[in-house]
Ligand binder design. Sequence first.
Ligand SMILES: Cc1ncc(C[n+]2csc(CCOP(=O)(O)OP(=O)(O)O)c2C)c(N)n1
Ligand SMILES: [Mg+2]
Length: 342
Amino acid sequence: MHAPPTEPRAVDTRDVDPRSTDPRVEDLRQMLRIRRFEERCVELYSSSKIRGFMHLCIGEEAVSVGVLGQLGPADAVVSTYREHGHALARGLSMTAILAEMFGRQTGVSRGRGGSMHLFDAARRFYGGNAIVGGGLPLAVGLALAEKMRCTGRIVACLFGDGAMAEGEFHESANLAALWRLPVVFFCENNGYAMGTALAGEHAQTDLALRAASYGMVSWSADGMDVLAVSDAARRAVEFVRDSGEPCFVELHTYRFRAHSMYDPDRYRDKAEIASWRERDPITALSAALQGDETLSQHDLDRIEAGIIAEIDQAVAEADAAPEESVDDLTLFVHSEAHRDHH
Ligand SMILES: Cc1ncc(C[n+]2csc(CCOP(=O)(O)OP(=O)(O)O)c2C)c(N)n1
Ligand SMILES: [Mg+2]
């Protein structure tokens, strides 16, 4: 068994009653931070500050906070185009994320990637990937590197239910299990791949069962409950660290908004959306914390105010940042090594 390079997650109590050190308060704060950030992104999109494709994770915040909270800083993360929540929970700078979406030089990908390509090598956040299933082979490659170097680090790979219908999932799951690689596959099952419901994508809709057929330990959890997600993710991360083998976790969740900013969302029943909204992970945790008197309304207001102040500042800083110079347009198109060759 190798020593996990984890550090206990810092509990940020700046904005709440200092007596409260209950870690659920920080979970709530992180989920609210993601929700309010994305709500501001919608406004910024409407005013054309943000352009291009943009996919929101509103409704799915418990997955971001519950999963990312179980990883150590040295572990690697591979994500999808619906990754604002993953990136914020991983600790990427909100200002640099916004600057990326504004196309500014100080963006996490120098303003060249936009919403779908958030990347931060220092935080081992390897994207942000526009190709459905595209992150899976990358995660397996990263896990192979960790294994060959005997680092004891693990890789967390987040992807949607739609990615499991791609060939890349099968190749990746097969190699990860065959070569016993330290990767956790987290499937964010929100029931849809664009306008196609799960039963229209998959012959076998029990995704954990499908993963198990590769010889991987796999299980499902409630993706609308941050404590259930944290528990499932913690068990998965411990399993992979201890055994060095891959595992699979399916998280049942739902996106409250359309697939992307261009989607009129005509394929979902209004009653279905309403019933999932009743299970809003933020409302549920907030009610529980107020119910057992861990948090007062005053504490909640302070948390909200702290988040809004952080977002206001990030928007102002990102907006003041310079655009990439036209002279640098071809930079990174070819690597330096390639140039040296010619
Ligand atoms: C290889 C590939 N095929 C198709 C698309 C178009 N596409 C973009 S998102 C998407 C749905 C993916 O659904 P899922 O994996 O469940 O993720 P979700 O959007 O629900 O988070 C599709 C088909 C793409 N980007 N890449
Ligand atoms: Mg989906």
